[in-house]
Design a protein. Structure first.
Length: 263
């Protein structure tokens, strides 16, 4: 995954995983388009990357919960023929019982975690497939699998990211375009601020640095893993999970109900 004069787009790039992805992709020779809401942070990161690597870095300020601002990023993805990589990293969190949740907050989270990721992927794919190469990385979460009582909306959105990515992998199975899902666990970033969960309450051994998580995710991408869980010791455990799911498939749609439902 090294290139010259090719561009990677990173959403949620102003801090945390997004900033780490930006640094690593610049190290791999990519020019960058960095997308986030915080212009000052984006400009600081861009200046650092330019001075350290000499790569070209563009900054796009956009709130990806807003359809009009998403469209600005979509237009860049559709029209910039240098784009080879899209890192769909932008995302938010909300950990609260559904009965006491604010519907507007839930809608904003769905727009950010699901709607924007879907729209940006749709925008970039025609160009990648026409050019015959490219990579889309969709950042999901370990909480797509480890569902908590307070994570109904968050886990729901991240489960969407995982299944969306897996369906896209099937769709592009004969294509040179690569799609990866990344399921990090707890990462030490600002993601937790105002989320409803206090990172300080977690054991230290549960918490990974953003740099380590991104390095693991890129190593998984290089190795051809369709799904990368940065802290999972054995990939065979994920493969066994997927195999167990596949055993259900032949019986998910039958002409008659299962015997236990027919009394």
């Amino acid at each position: 995954m090294t290139t010259q004069n090719k561009t990677a787009v990173v959403t949620g790039a102003s801090a945390g995983l997004g900033a780490a992805y930006a640094q690593r992709l610049a190290d791999r020779g990519y020019d960058l388009v960095l997308v986030a809401r915080n212009t000052a942070r984006l400009e600081t990161l861009a200046a650092d990357i330019r001075s350290r690597t000499g790569r070209s870095v563009d900054v796009v300020t956009a709130d990806l919960t807003d359809a009009a601002q998403i469209s600005v990023v979509e237009e860049r993805l559709r029209t910039d023929e240098s784009i080879e990589v899209l890192i769909n990293n932008a995302g938010g969190s909300l950990f609260t019982p559904l009965a006491t949740s604010d519907a507007a907050d839930a809608e904003a989270l769905i727009n950010l975690n699901v709607t924007s990721l879907t729209r940006l992927t749709i925008a970039v794919l025609p160009g990648l497939t026409a050019r015959g190469h490219g990579t889309v990385v969709n950042v999901s979460s370990a909480l797509a699998l480890n569902i908590l009582p307070v994570s109904a909306v968050y886990s729901g959105t991240k489960s969407y990211v995982l299944t969306f990515t897996q369906a896209l992998q099937q769709e592009l199975a004969e294509s040179p375009v690569v799609v990866q899902a990344v399921l990090p666990g707890a990462v030490r970033t600002e993601f937790w601020d105002g989320s409803g969960l206090d990172l300080a309450a977690f054991p230290d051994e549960w918490i990974m640095s953003a740099d380590d998580a991104v390095d693991a995710a890129l190593a998984g991408l290089d190795a051809g893993e369709p799904v990368t869980i940065p802290s999972l010791p054995q990939i065979s455990d994920w493969e066994a999970f997927e195999k167990a799911r596949q055993t259900l498939v032949p019986n998910l749609s039958q002409r008659v109900p299962a015997d236990r439902y027919r009394g």
